[in-house]
Every structure is written in structure tokens, then in C-alpha cells.
Write a protein that binds this ligand. Structure first.
Ligand code: RBF
Length: 163
């Protein structure tokens, strides 16, 4: 049994009618691309139709909460759930700490404001190696792709708790 990770999904979900938004930041693009692919792979394997996965981008992780809000309110009110995806890597200044906690808090609060499920697709890594590993693309392939977990979480949250 795995100690970390999402664990076995709790039910057979029929996701064939779900509409899912993915909004990804454009910083750290190689890692982002792998995470987005991981999310799409899991969503489609659970029955979400490719044409019902709507992908949008924003500049960096800091912009994810507002982009997610406007995605629901303006661009695609019909989507059931959004996966905002960003990769923050600690540098030599305090940016990392400020952005990590502000974005985390804002995404959490946004769910309660909008009454929509929003998945936490933010990696907050101390090194680039950590981020590569969590996207499943480090040299030794030491970890799985966390984007896949986010895809599964999106389906479960939309079908069990969504409206
Ligand atoms: N955005 C990310 O998504 N990941 C990062 O690792 C990241 N690091 C940043 C480091 C610095 C010093 C600055 C100024 C910005 C960084 N950003 C990063 C971009 C940030 O999320 C935002 O897009 C910009 O600050 C514009 O509002």
C-alpha cells in the first residue's frame, strides 16, 4: 500500500458529461506541460471527453486565483470544476513564501465564494529537482505525476460534491 498519494478511487464515476477547466501558469513550462498532460490522461481515462476539457493559461501562479474566478464567471460558466496548475520553485528572495501562501489561501476561499470545486494543482517546491520528480519527469522517475491525482480529484469533487 502506498503511504503517500491519493489512494484508490472510492467509486466508479461516470464522467462522460463533465466539463473540466484547466488553467495553467506559464512559468516552469516543461514541468507544467507534464502536469497538464497527466491531468488530461487521468480525466479522459475516467470518461471525460477531450472536447470537454477546456485549457486556458495565465502568466504565473500568482494570477491563478483571479484567472480561475474569471474563468468560471466570464469565460466558461458551464464548467463543473477547474484545476488551476502552477509550479512555484523557491529562489533566493521571499517571493516563493508570499506567493505560495497567498495562492493557496485564495484558491481555498474561492471555492466557498463560488460554490464550485477547485482542485489544488500547485506545486510548491524547494528545488527544481523536487518539481521534476512530482511531475514524473526526473531522471530516475522517482515519483508519479501529480497531475494525474488532480484529474481524479476533479472528477470525484465534481460528481460527488458539485452542482
Ligand atoms: N510564477 C510561477 O508560477 N512560478 C515561480 O516559480 C515564479 N517565481 C517568481 C519569482 C519572482 C522573483 C517573481 C518576480 C515572479 C515569479 N513568478 C513565478 C511569477 C508570478 O507568479 C507572477 O506571474 C508575476 O509576479 C506577475 O504578477
Amino acid at each position: 500500500m502506498a503511504v503517500k498519494g491519493l489512494g484508490k478511487i472510492d467509486a466508479e464515476y461516470d464522467a462522460s458529461n463533465l466539463k473540466v477547466g484547466i488553467i495553467h501558469a506559464r512559468w516552469n513550462d516543461e514541468i507544467i506541460a507534464a502536469l497538464v498532460q497527466g491531468a488530461i490522461k487521468r480525466l479522459t481515462s475516467m470518461g471525460v471527453k477531450e472536447e470537454n476539457i477546456i485549457i486556458e493559461t495565465c502568466p504565473g501562479s500568482f494570477e491563478l486565483p483571479y484567472a480561475t474566478k474569471r474563468f468560471f464567471e466570464k469565460l466558461h460558466p458551464e464548467v463543473n470544476v477547474v484545476i488551476p496548475i502552477g509550479v512555484l520553485i523557491k529562489g533566493s528572495t521571499k517571493h516563493f513564501e508570499y506567493i505560495s501562501s497567498a495562492v493557496t489561501q485564495a484558491i481555498m476561499e474561492l471555492q466557498f465564494k463560488l460554490h464550485k470545486p477547485i482542485i489544488f494543482g500547485l506545486l510548491t517546491c524547494l528545488t527544481e529537482e523536487q518539481a521534476l520528480a512530482r511531475a514524473g519527469i526526473d531522471e530516475g522517475k522517482t515519483m508519479h505525476n501529480h497531475g494525474e491525482d488532480w484529474g481524479a480529484a476533479a472528477v470525484e469533487m465534481a460528481l460527488k460534491y458539485g452542482n
